[in-house]
Design a protein around this ligand. Structure first.
Ligand code: ADP
Length: 261
């Protein structure tokens, strides 16, 4: 029997402590395998918390949370994570950074050399295999971090505002790159962002969260053909999705004129 990649029923999360924040107030969702899901909401609404719960890095307080049909109890197998800060180890070459999860899992590194080469080709980093992180630009470092998350063929790739620290131009480029990589790998992706345009550009589905405590307000299917060029953002269809989501945030009393929540 095939299970959804991620199944959440009434997931609640209260951080411990006297001033323990309630971060999630009942999130329910079923995420089909192979989908690219954007998780969109204002800062502090619990998006990262939800992702960390799926990654098994935080315990849920209440509800049900399954990955591939199994309740999450600690980091599940087959999950890759990319954070906002790339967390590359400065003293290891790019190739050796990418191989880190393989070493941690005590798998034979030699069996993954080809895979690493393929990922370096896929992300345009082939000439930087033996370079050190300090020799790479921000966008290149984040591409290396994506390679590291993909090296062990994860079914589920979790991305927490991975391009948040990049300039707007590099961020656009990375959106196109990520789509290209995903069209090849076709794993399930949960991509956290607070940018409406980025969420619509990348997502098959956009999950819109309310302000804290986070609830799922609406799940929107983005029916735009792929591969999507950056110019799709100027199309009327794209504009309609953005306007619809902006309307949701306006109704919640949020939003600034940049269109970010
Ligand atoms: P987002 O990713 O949407 O910006 P987060 O999930 O990071 O939101 O945070 C949601 C809320 O939970 C915030 O109020 C934040 O301060 C709080 N929070 C996040 N992590 C912790 C933690 N480890 N301990 C206590 N509170 C936390």
């Amino acid at each position: 029997m095939s299970h959804p990649a991620v199944f959440a029923r009434d997931v609640r999360k209260q951080y411990p402590g006297a001033r323990g924040v309630q971060a999630l107030a009942g999130v329910s969702s079923e995420i089909e395998a192979g989908r690219f899901v954007s998780i969109l909401g204002p800062s502090g609404c619990g998006k990262s918390t939800f992702l960390r719960c799926v990654a098994g890095l935080e315990n849920i307080t209440d509800g049900e949370l399954n990955v591939n049909g199994n309740p999450v109890k600690g980091p599940p197998d087959g999950v890759g994570i990319v954070f906002q800060r790339d967390a590359l180890l400065e003293w290891r070459s790019i190739q050796k950074n990418i191989l880190l999860p393989i070493e941690f899992a005590k798998k034979p590194v030699s069996k993954y050399r080809e895979k690493v080469e393929h990922l370096l080709d896929l992300t345009g980093l082939r000439d930087f295999a033996n370079a050190y992180p300090r020799e790479l630009s921000g966008g290149m470092r984040q591409r290396a971090a994506i390679c590291r998350a993909l090296v062990d063929d994860p079914d589920l790739l979790l991305m927490d505002e991975p391009f948040g620290a990049l300039d707007a131009f590099t961020r656009d480029q990375m959106n196109v790159e990520l789509q290209r990589i995903w069209l090849e790998t076709k794993n399930t992706v949960l991509f956290v962002t607070h940018g409406i345009s980025e969420a619509v550009f990348l997502g098959d589905v956009v999950m819109v969260f309310s302000p804290r405590p986070g609830r799922l307000v609406e799940t929107i299917t983005i029916d735009l053909p792929r591969p999507r060029p950056l110019s799709v953002r100027e199309s009327p269809e794209f504009g309609r999705y953005v306007a619809h989501i902006r309307g949701i945030f306006e109704q919640m009393g949020l939003l600034n004129e940049r269109g970010t929540a």
